[in-house]
Design a protein. Sequence first.
Length: 199
Amino acid sequence: MTIEELLARNRAWAQRQQARDPDMFRRLARGQRPICLWIGCSDSRVAPETIVDVPPGTLFVHRNIANLVRPTDLNFLSVLEFALTALEVEDIVVCGHEDCGGIARALEGEPQQAVVDYWLQPVRELAAALPSGEDQAVRLQRLVELNVRDQLRHLAQLPPVRAARRRRPLRLHGLVFEISTGRLRRLEDGDGLPAGGRD
């Protein structure tokens, strides 16, 4: 698909939205009030607004390879700070997905010294704790889930999150998107409780 085709698709989309809701773009132009911060993977198959079927302006989104929460990533920290202070979101989602290329790469042998290998080092360390005798597909699924839980733990410990939780309700959620079914599965909330473990 060419850039010209993408632009044509954009025009058609804008016209459809305008016909469906004539005030939509005027509302969006007045500012945003998203319901949550969504931390997801950059994988092109996992578009947050699409998989939860919400319109523009509903989610504040940060994506990177393997949906990592890195306390040294200034881009991520800036997004988090803005979400908590300017937008005052009350929910943060960390969403992993099955068949994640970043997680699969972290399961491989020695890193190849590419930038992505540096980025994935924390996932590689998690992978080292997995039983070695398991089938590779099982290990991949386990690591996807383990990684989401680990990112929730990192998130809960960050000073901006701790400060926000002292001031107001802030809920953390771990999800996994199953590409093969199109369904989201809830793992746990940000206090380490299993799905459904909180009222």
